[in-house]
Design a protein around this ligand. Structure first.
Ligand code: ADP
Length: 646
């Protein structure tokens, strides 16, 4: 049929069954095919251009009809091959032998007369009979029809040709069936097979083959049981085949006409059987192969069609038919349908050596190998990238935690040094309430020694003592608050309040140094997200630096101003002083670690301040005021949508 499948796979090794059954005659037949193909190709080569104008009339005689399987496939393939090889224009006529369907030969004379009438005007150049019934018809009527026309008898088993009646004008292109090989193959690929059901019709041709099949089945002895349904209608056969016992295989021979005379054209019968049968179907001719048949060694439609077309072309070219008598063609290499193999659980290891597996459906992996590989590599690359990024993110996070911890430690040390500078101020702050407590306690003691102490007065004195004690406690609490070692903690805070707390803390110190500390906080909400203790430290460091600058320069104007503002989306703190300012060349260095102009300075205060501000996503800048003195400006992003706490 010319069906091809580039996915077919040849089995390796030698085929023991074929080695026994396909001996030298079959090999000689194949060699012959090659030679014939070669000669016909040469014939159709250079001369073809000149011969194209000539026309040859070809009559194709079908056994049952144009669409009966397997001959329909042969006829189609032969026409294709003729068209391919012919150097002449071909006028091909098809005629079907209806009488082959029954043993009634009465209508035959009328058919002969019809053919003669057709042939009388313009005689056929060659007749090609397809199948045994057509071959037999022409042989029977050779003297009455196409008497002088060369005849090619093809697609016919060698046993169906009457060799004695072959004339010099006849060229048989026969095949040789080998049913025992087909049965042995079934037992090989399905070793558990206990019975083989043979499907065969009831036309005269099929009845002939029933006898042959039975004879050849007997050669297998008791290896397997054979079941024959030749006396049943095809519909009854279908019912039987739908409920076959396990370990049964079906051997499909022919079903042109069933026992009740119903004719099955085309693919219908085999398709129906395949649809209902509960057993695998095998056959001997690849005209049946392609959907329903498991496979095996089979006649090749394409091989026989090529050979037939070559013989016909040679005869049309003038060769004598009697000189072209190729030996009967045996089975081609075994071939199997992968889909049926899967359906019936047939392992490839059971196939005869040299088998070709066809219609293999590629798995999803085989079919989409490129797409899958591409997607897999993209996923892998993406996975690697994501993994890398996650790793980097984690490393960065760890580094951030580490640096914050270092910053917290450094800041803590820095606070110790800042608070060291506040000692005098703290002592002053504590001294006042402690002194008042002492005086009040002594006064109360004296009053209580009197004859009639004024209890109300004493009560007031005690209240004063309590108030002064609370004041002293507050000073100590604030000191501990600044000095406590807290982990870096981001919270929503009110920056105005933070600034006010620092001012409260350093007011006494400023006072002690004779410096006026002015504070002006904005009425706008300055909600920022940050660490309250660290931001306090920023303001504290800058105020202490300002006090140092004023003290060192012994400035006349001794004033520090701390203000807050809302500037766009930023909270702003400005700390200015009336000191000497920063030398212009130092302005770019003041935030560098270890930069100091003080004899006892560490040069870490401003470096820590900048690190804290940047850790809060803010900015700090230093400048000199036109009126003199330094101005430090801090900007921190305003946090939206949260209430603050300090
Ligand atoms: P330290 O106070 O130990 O020197 P800082 O980092 O706090 O370290 O300050 C670095 C330097 O910046 C100071 O030595 C000083 O020269 C300069 N500086 C800081 N604040 C002021 C200011 N308000 N006026 C003038 N110079 C200042």
């Amino acid at each position: 049929m010319g069906r091809s499948d580039c996915r077919g796979k040849r089995m390796s090794g030698r085929d023991p069954i074929r080695a026994i059954n396909l001996g030298w005659p079959a090999l000689a037949a194949r060699l012959c095919v090659c030679l014939l193909v070669l000669s016909a190709t040469m014939l159709s080569g250079p001369a073809s251009g000149a011969l194209k104008d000539e026309s040859k009339r070809v009559v194709i005689l079908h056994s049952f009809g144009r669409d009966f399987r397997p001959w329909g496939h042969y006829a189609k393939a032969i026409r294709e091959q003729l068209d391919r090889l012919s150097p002449w224009q071909l006028d091909i006529q098809d005629h079907s032998l209806i009488t082959a369907r029954s043993s009634d030969e009465n209508p035959e004379p009328a058919f002969v007369a019809y053919l003669n009438t057709l042939n009388s005007g313009h005689a056929a150049d060659i007749v090609i009979s397809i199948g045994a019934p057509a071959a037999n018809f022409v042989q029977r009527n050779r003297a009455r029809v196409f008497a002088a026309t060369p005849l090619v008898l093809t697609a016919v088993e060698q046993r169906r040709i009457q060799s004695s009646s072959l004339s010099d004008n006849d060229a048989p292109v026969a095949v040789a069936h080998d049913f025992p090989r087909s049965f042995e193959t079934i037992l090989r690929v399905l070793p558990g097979t206990k019975r083989i059901v043979v499907i065969n019709g009831a036309s005269p041709n099929e009845k002939f083959w029933l006898g042959e099949l039975r004879k050849e089945a007997a050669l297998l002895g008791d290896k397997v049981e054979f079941v024959w349904y030749d006396d049943l209608s095809f519909q009854d056969i279908l019912k039987k085949c739908a409920a076959l016992p396990p370990d049964t295989a079906i051997f499909w021979h022919l079903m042109n006409v069933d026992a009740t005379g119903v004719v099955y054209e085309g693919d219908a019968a085999l398709q129906q059987l395949h649809a209902v049968s509960n057993a695998p179907i095998f056959s001997y001719d690849d005209g049946f192969f392609g959907k329903e048949i498991v496979g095996g060694p089979m006649h090749s439609v394409i091989d026989l069609s090529r050979l037939t077309a070559n013989v016909a072309i040679r005869i049309l070219g003038g060769e004598k038919p009697s000189d072209i008598r190729p030996p009967a063609l045996g089975y081609a290499d075994p071939k199997f349908d992968w889909r049926e193999m899967r359906r019936w659980g047939i392992s490839e290891s059971n196939l005869p050596a040299g088998s070709v597996v066809m219609f293999r459906q590629p798995g999803i992996w085989e079919e989409y190998i490129w797409q899958i590989s591409l997607i897999a590599s993209v996923i892998l690359i993406q996975g690697a990238l994501i993994g890398g990024l996650l790793h980097e993110r984690r490393r960065r996070h760890l580094a951030e935690v580490e640096s914050r911890q270092r910053l917290a430690e450094l800041a803590h040390l820095n606070r110790y040094s800042a608070v060291g500078e506040l000692t005098a101020s703290v002592a002053h702050e504590l001294n006042q309430p402690l002194g008042a407590i002492l005086t009040n306690a002594e006064t109360a003691e004296l009053m209580l020694k009197g004859a009639s102490p004024d209890i109300d007065e004493v009560r007031e004195i005690l209240a004063d003592i309590r108030r002064d004690d609370e004041r002293a406690s507050e000073v100590i609490r604030r000191l501990r608050g600044v000095l406590k070692k807290t982990p870096y903690e981001m919270k929503y805070i009110d920056l105005n309040e933070t600034v006010r707390q620092v001012i409260g803390f350093v007011t006494a110190m400023a006072h002690g140094r004779n410096i006026v500390l002015k504070c002006g906080t904005t009425s706008a909400d300055l909600n920022v997200k940050g660490d309250a203790v660290q931001l306090q430290q920023v303001v504290l460091n800058l105020i202490i630096n300002a006090m140092d600058a004023i003290s060192e320069a012994e400035a006349k104007e001794r004033e520090i101003s701390v203000t807050t503002n809302l500037s766009g989306a930023s909270a702003e703190i400005r700390i200015s002083d009336t000191g000497p300012g920063i030398a212009t060349s130092d302005l770019k260095n003041v935030f560098d670690p270890f930069f100091t102009t003080k004899p006892q300075g560490m040069g870490m205060g401003l470096a820590i301040v900048r690190t804290i501000v940047e850790a809060h996503h803010g900015q700090i800048s230093a400048a000199n005021q036109s009126s003199g003195g330094a101005l430090f400006t801090i900007r921190l992003p305003i946090a939206r949508g949260r209430s603050t706490s300090t």
